[in-house]
Design a protein around this ligand. Sequence first.
Ligand SMILES: [Fe+2]
Ligand SMILES: [Fe+2]
Length: 146
Amino acid sequence: METIYDILKAEHRQVADLTQQAMRDSSKESFLKIKAKLDPHMMGEEKLFYPLLEQKSELRELVNHAYEEHNEIRSVSSELESMDPSSSNWVSKLKELDETVSHHVEEEENKVFPEAQRVMSEDKAQQIAQQYLDFSKTFKQQHPMP
Ligand SMILES: [Fe+2]
Ligand SMILES: [Fe+2]
């Protein structure tokens, strides 16, 4: 059965692919596809995954840092949302989003997930996966793509 790590990693790859596409075509539509993937991803992590890790005092700092990075990503993303793709700094802002996201993904996959695997059973990681998929489905129904 799939674990939460399998799902989150697969979504990280999808965001990277969508970002490559957005870099190629510089369209608002491509950016909105990234956002539609990122928003439920970060929210799901914050609602279902991070709280379990925070219970371990030794992981609290790592998780706090992850929340900060989510907020940075949200801030760059909301700037892009209000920008016109024809504006001169669209591409550089998109690059900033890519760098911010890539950095965070690297930290999750190389630091957060290994630590989580240390403190969380395989069973629990599968259980969270199911909850995450349910959450993600509901979120997407409530926030349809424009
Ligand atoms: Fe993630
Ligand atoms: Fe994250």
